[in-house]
Design a protein around this ligand. Structure first.
Ligand code: TQI
Ligand code: ZN
Ligand code: ZN
Length: 169
């Protein structure tokens, strides 16, 4: 079953039109932009929330960036596998991905040459769940279940994810 962060933090009512931006240090391709756009769409279809791409990471509600190792928030990345990404509970909007992973973008492996490749869209849909206030679910088929397999694509929200996010919004 779905879960929330302690205290059930969420984006406040009246602030449902959220913006997101990519950290300017990254090399964000149109394919990567497409992956995030689709991932946000999956959540906006089942909630009153909307997500619009902004060019300013200073003004955006949600900031997305790829980082290596220690990147200044006390939760360093660890290279290939281990931690892949993390996102903080609302209203932080910080969403970081480990640049050391070989991310699969639209079925193609990019950014490195490891055998253990992780589907970027699957991780994006999961982390956006955290950005919106969802914790981990015990339902194995849900997006918020805390397990992922190399090269596996799991991007469709399960009714458990939808019930969780609709409780918040
Ligand atoms: N990162 C963990 C995660 O996003 C970070 C984390 C651990 C966390 N416990 C948390 C975040 C509690 C919020 C609340 O779950 S990860 C998966 C999954 C990771 C894991 O890199 O291990 C996905 C990133 F679900 F497959 F395990 C993305 Cl999809
Ligand atoms: Zn971080
Ligand atoms: Zn998680």
């Amino acid at each position: 079953r779905y879960a929330f962060f302690p205290g059930e933090p969420r984006w406040p009512e009246g602030h449902y039109d959220l913006t997101y931006a990519f950290n300017p240090e990254g090399d964000i391709t149109d394919e990567i932009r497409g992956v995030f756009s689709r991932a946000f769409d999956r959540w906006s279809r089942v909630t009153p929330l909307t997500f619009e791409l902004s060019t300013s990471p200073y003004l955006a509600d949600i900031t997305i960036g790829f980082f290596n190792g220690d990147h200044g928030d006390g939760e360093p990345f660890d290279g290939i596998l281990g931690t892949l990404a993390h996102a903080f509970s609302p209203p932080s909007g910080r969403f970081h991905l480990d640049a050391a992973e070989s991310w699969v973008v639209d079925g193609d492996v990019t950014m490195s040459t490891s055998l253990a490749a992780i589907d970027l869209e699957s991780v994006a849909v999961h982390e956006i769940g955290h950005v919106l206030g969802l914790g981990h679910s015990s339902v194995v088929e849900s997006i918020m279940y805390p397990a992922i397999t190399s090269r596996t694509r799991k991007v469709e929200l399960h009714s458990d994810d939808i019930m969780g996010v609709q409780y918040l919004y």
